[in-house]
Design a protein around this ligand. Structure first.
Ligand code: F3S
Length: 81
């Protein structure tokens, strides 16, 4: 995987992703998650050493709002669905 993005339309602000990958995900004023490294555009390559954290977050999100892909999302979380 190289890219990640949060679907803020389905995020329920559970707060798990920021624990799993604190260098990748943070929360806005409403507690909804976003990707720090590219302001949730899904265009910035994830550093290799953070990839496992991102996979943990992906697997742990209860609403399947964490998206991951080998290709950039260009701001569209549902681009590959
Ligand atoms: Fe939201 Fe899932 Fe993170 S519900 S806060 S994107 S773990």
């Amino acid at each position: 995987i190289k890219y990640t993005i949060v679907d803020k339309d389905t995020c329920i602000a559970c707060g798990a992703c920021g624990l799993a990958a604190p260098d990748i995900y943070d929360y806005d004023d409403e507690g909804l998650a976003y990707v720090i490294i590219d302001e949730n555009k899904g265009v910035q390559e994830i550093p290799d050493e953070l990839e496992d954290d991102v996979i943990d977050a992906f697997e742990g999100c209860p609403s399947e709002s964490i998206k991951i892909s080998d290709q950039p999302f260009h701001g569209k979380p549902l681009r590959f669905e």
